[in-house]
Design a protein around this ligand. Structure first.
Ligand SMILES: Cc1ncc(COP(=O)(O)O)c(C=O)c1O
Length: 368
């Protein structure tokens, strides 16, 4: 067998910047600035500028940022938040953590993002926020969703965990809604060497309260204004992210190169390939193809040494943890079909042309 193609290769990303990372981590050790600290503060400024937001508050994970986002909007027990059933579960966790109910809206078959045409019918007098996801790096259709949010006076929270540097009609996502929440989990387009996340907003009051909630509900040490959390970003993660941020745009360009190359090599196969919407510039966090014989294709790729993954095999409305919502198969057929057919191929900035060609060859052999 020729060289395997790993699904993800974080070593390949670290190698060219290893000396810089070592120096930044050593600096943090020398300073002993382990929780928040100067590197985190600098990263917050730099990331806010990159996204074009007024305020960035760094968190210990994207999940924590989402939780705090809903607290900032005063969402609580008895409230509903409209969201997508086809995402990583953390989107829904935030809603559950504040005691509210996730109300799912089926996705659009072409983008697998929340379908704006179905949004309005899910809004009730209990709805307090709308929380869609820019899935796989592709922005959801912001204009129609924002219009519905304005009409019903509902805040929009963007789950930007998978979409660093993605663009909607030429503008980077993360400031279209009242709040956006990023993840810096290691495999993300901008990843820490551990857990990390951020909450971005143009609202100074919300940012101030977010800083307090992330630090035990406190702005003055040992004085606690409300029940808060230990959701601080570690100093070392701020230092690592500070080294990586200047590479983000270049890495995004490389992801787009890989996606376009796959597209050229796979477009005459029976696969449904990811389609970039006319309004979107995807950050291609994932390259997800679709086929009814997905499981056999996955086994074939793995047998040939090509890594692949499923995002996501079971939509949230059918997860055991959400059984009490009372959903059944067929409630969100587009998401359910996507879950049966989706297969994520390797995509990362360092993927070589030879590796891309090998993945495409193995895929084509399956259909031969
Ligand atoms: C869409 C989405 N939302 C939220 C999260 C949660 O982020 P984290 O893993 O940093 O808590 C993730 C990633 O893990 C994600 O992909």
């Amino acid at each position: 067998m020729t060289d395997p193609v790993p699904y993800l290769d974080l070593k390949a990303q670290l190698q060219p910047i290893r000396a810089e990372l070592d120096a930044a981590i050593t600096r943090t050790l020398d300073n002993c600035s382990f929780c928040l600290g100067p590197d985190v503060a600098q990263f917050e400024k730099d990331f806010a500028r990159f996204i074009g937001a007024e305020h960035c508050v760094a968190f210990n994970s994207g999940t924590s940022a989402l939780h705090v986002a809903l607290l900032l909007l005063n969402v609580g027990p008895g409230d509903e938040v409209v969201t997508t059933p086809f995402t990583f579960v953390a989107t829904s966790w935030a809603i559950s953590y504040v005691g509210a109910k996730p109300v799912y809206v089926d996705v659009d078959d072409a983008t697998m993002n929340l379908d704006p045409k179905r949004l309005e019918q899910a809004i009730t007098p209990r709805t307090k926020a709308v929380l869609p996801v820019h899935l796989y790096g592709q922005p959801f259709d912001l204009d129609p969703i924002l219009e519905i949010c304005r009409k019903h006076k509902l805040p929009l929270v963007e789950d930007t965990a998978q979409s660093h540097a993605a663009k909607y009609k030429g503008k980077i996502v993360g400031t279209f809604g009242e709040i956006s929440c990023f993840s810096f989990y290691p495999g993300k387009n901008l990843g820490a060497c551990g857990e990390g996340g951020a909450l971005l907003t143009n609202n100074a009051e919300l940012a101030k309260r977010a800083r307090s909630l992330r630090e035990h509900g406190s702005t003055v040490r040992y004085y606690h204004d409300e029940v808060g959390f230990n959701y601080r970003m570690e100093g070392i993660q701020g230092a690592v992210l500070g080294v990586k941020l200047p590479h983000l745009q270049g890495w995004t360009n490389e992801r787009r190169r890989v996606a376009h190359r796959y597209h050229g090599l796979l477009q005459d196969t029976p696969l449904q390939l990811p389609r970039e919407a006319a309004y979107a510039e995807s950050a291609y966090h994932l390259y997800v193809v679709r086929h009814p014989r997905r499981d056999q294709l996955k086994s074939h790729l793995e047998a040939q040494g090509v890594g692949c993954a499923l995002h996501y095999p079971l939509p949230l409305h059918l997860q055991k943890c959400y059984a009490d919502l009372g959903h059944k198969p067929g409630d969100f057929p587009v998401a359910e079909k996507a879950a049966r057919e989706c297969l994520s191929l390797p995509i990362y900035p360092e993927l070589t042309d030879a590796q891309i060609q090998r993945v495409a060859k193995v895929v084509r052999e399956f259909f031969a």
